[in-house]
Design a protein around this ligand. Structure first.
Ligand SMILES: [Cu+2]
Length: 65
């Protein structure tokens, strides 16, 4: 599991968009958003760089925590 800091995630809609974007690439990914902390824990077979690329393309620049 990898934790990312996603400063632009501000509501449940953002969290859903992030989950959808990740699961579109890796349907088995487990995405656990933590809105108050603006962080997302992601369990995926994708490498960190790919996850960041997917999030960036979805409009959410993310840094690994
Ligand atoms: Cu939002």
């Amino acid at each position: 599991m990898i934790s990312f800091l996603v400063p632009d995630m501000s509501c449940g809609g953002c969290a859903n968009a992030i989950t959808r974007a990740i699961q579109k690439i890796d349907p088995k990914a487990v995405v656990t958003p933590d809105l108050p902390a603006k962080s997302v824990a992601i369990e995926t077979a994708m490498p960190v760089e790919q996850v960041q690329e997917v999030l960036l393309k979805a409009g959410f620049p993310a840094s690994q925590k």
